[in-house]
Design a protein around this ligand. Sequence first.
Ligand code: HEC
Length: 98
Amino acid sequence: MKKSFLLAAIAFAVPGLCLAAADGQKIFQQKCKMCHKVNGVGGKLGPDLSKVSGQRDENYIRGKLKEPSKTKSDSVMPVFDGSPAEADAVVEYLKNLK
Ligand code: HEC
């Protein structure tokens, strides 16, 4: 109880450390949407990611952001250039898509 209150206080004091799915959606719109569709909207260079969380596990998605060429050597997908917290937020966003 006490500990979670402390964590909430820290998250409140340092909003940059506490990115959530909503932030992930913004980042997705800036960095991913030109190539990937979600729920019918977005580019078509890459696969539709609306159902990716049911098809791929979290580590796969995380790894894809860090090193797209690992799963496809000639991948045109760029390496994610945001912070680790931003990468987490995008993964969180994709995980929460239904
Ligand atoms: C320049 C276009 C482009 C951008 C920008 C891009 N991607 Fe991709 N992405 C692709 C392409 C093309 C593929 C399929 C080929 C491959 O696996 O590399 C892909 C594959 C993926 C996959 C694997 C899907 C699967 O089922 O194997 C994930 C997950 C993914 N992208 C997430 C993202 C996220 C999240 C972002 C934004 C941070 C992003 N991509 C930005 C082009 C892009």
